[in-house]
Design a protein around this ligand. Structure first.
Ligand code: SAJ
Length: 418
């Protein structure tokens, strides 16, 4: 096992390719986008991820990694292409299918194919295995096939690629063993063997577990507001129980994983997944609820100006995919509120972000939607000098209530019914 072909050079494929090449493997990265291929072959990167640029530069300059537009023969093929959802909330497997078809002419007896893309249960068994079998290969005899889901957290991808435990499910035992031998080259975490379909469900369940728990936190946070209780204080106490881990409420669930993956389970049995669907609906409804609260808080002000802090889907990243903060701003824009947007990570022209100071100048309310570290240290005294009215709505419990109240602010925190 010396040569690996990685299909898809995105958030997962590119870091994986770079890490593999640092572990004495020759890596060919394949991407359909010629700009991506060109950028990588220059030793540069096209995505934001801490530390990645150094790894790719080193891998390319040492000759261990090169990018190309179409696959070449190799010992191992790793498929890490996108699996988005369609408008009907079904998995769009066209990229996986196309990637698998594209390697057929490169496959040789003894090769290993690993799928890493998040996929509906049964993808290896019902989609990939038949495709390779119809090209004349026998899975487990002359071609080996396994599913190994990626589980890395954006922002920490390079560390988590190496440190996290990995679940590896082969179509048969020899496929599992071959795939374990590959990941053993660079993973320091445990390698957990199982079947391909189990591994597919594991991945979906990890994110569904979080989604359902966040929905529970959101529902309970709103209940706490009615009960005159602080959800965060309650959760702090409850989480001292050794088997309880209450999640954090917020303006909704964003990112390309947790808000999407539960639908892949729903697709497998729409009638048997009502709890998962209800959690999705609850989380999807949070931006509207937050916007309505913000409107109610500024209802007494004529032509209110709201300073929105944070557009990214979570703290300290620039990623806007499925961001609940964007949905909140859309609701507020529909209500014709004058909005000022601030996000130190967001650089796109699509959103006219401003500096914190110009965002707060003359504003009536701060609406904190993303808990970027930078926002936590904003001075309430300074803010009170810049703003026209002193109101704060913190949807992440990111700001210290005491100092804001002391500076004369009317302070509201999602989930706090005091
Ligand atoms: N969120 C809450 N409350 C919480 C936790 C998160 O409202 O208690 C929100 C966040 O603000 C964010 C969203 O949920 O909008 C998701 O953020 P996240 O940090 O929980 O997860 P992701 O989407 O960045 O990454 C997840 C991770 N999965 C798990 O933690 C189970 C990561 O390990 C996966 O690799 C990734 O999905 C993926 O690719 O599937």
């Amino acid at each position: 096992m010396n040569k690996v072909c990685v299909l898809g050079l995105g958030y997962i494929g590119l870091p994986t390719a770079a890490v593999l090449s640092a572990h004495d493997l020759e890596v060919i990265g394949v991407d359909l986008n010629p700009d991506v291929v060109k950028t990588i072959n220059q030793g540069a990167i096209h995505i934001e991820e801490p530390g990645l640029s150094g790894w790719v530069q080193e891998a390319v300059s040492s000759g261990k990694l090169r990018a190309t537009g179409s696959p070449v023969p190799a010992d191992v093929f790793i498929i890490a292409v996108p699996t988005p959802i369609t408008a009907e909330c079904k998995a769009d497997m066209s990229c996986v299918r196309a990637a698998a078809q594209s390697i057929i002419s490169c496959l040789r007896p003894g090769n290993l194919v690993v799928l890493e893309s998040t996929s509906p249960p049964g993808t290896c068994r019902d989609l990939l295995a038949p495709l390779f079998e119809s090209a004349g290969f026998r899975i487990g005899t002359d071609l080996f096939l396994a599913y190994c889901p990626e589980r890395v957290l954006p922002g920490k991808i390079l560390t988590e690629l190496v440190e996290n435990d990995r679940v590896i499910g082969g179509m048969d035992e020899s496929s599992t063993k071959k795939a374990i031998a590959l990941y053993d080259r660079f993973v320091r975490g445990k390698l957990i063997a199982t079947t391909a379909t189990t591994a597919e469900v594991v991945k979906l369940m990890e994110n569904t577990y979080r989604d359902v728990n966040i929905a529970l936190a959101n529902e309970t946070a709103l209940l706490c507001e009615e009960l005159g209780v602080d959800y965060w204080e309650m959760a702090r106490c409850a989480n001292h129980h050794p088997r309880v881990h209450l999640h954090s409420p917020g303006p909704g669930v964003g990112g390309h994983c947790i808000a999407v993956d539960p639908w892949f389970l729903v697709e497998a049995n729409p009638e048997g997944t009502s709890m998962i669907q209800e959690a999705r609906r609850r989380n999807d409804d949070m931006p509207r609820k937050v916007a309505e609260k913000a409107l109610a808080m500024t209802a007494s002000i004529e032509k209110p100006v709201i300073a929105v802090l944070g557009l990214a889907y979570k703290a300290d990243v620039d990623d806007l995919r499925e961001s609940p903060a964007l949905k909140v701003t859309e609701f507020l824009q529909q209500a014709r509120v004058d909005l000022r947007l601030c996000d130190p990570f967001v650089k796109t022209d699509r959103y006219p972000v401003q500096s914190l100071e110009s965002c707060l100048q003359g504003a009536d309310m701060i609406l904190l939607l993303t808990d970027h570290s930078e926002f936590k240290t904003v001075s309430p005294v300074q803010a009170s000098e810049w703003m026209r009215n002193r109101k704060v709505f913190d949807t992440r419990r990111a700001l210290p209530r005491g100092s804001w109240v002391q500076a004369g602010f009317e302070f509201t925190c999602l989930g706090v019914g005091l």
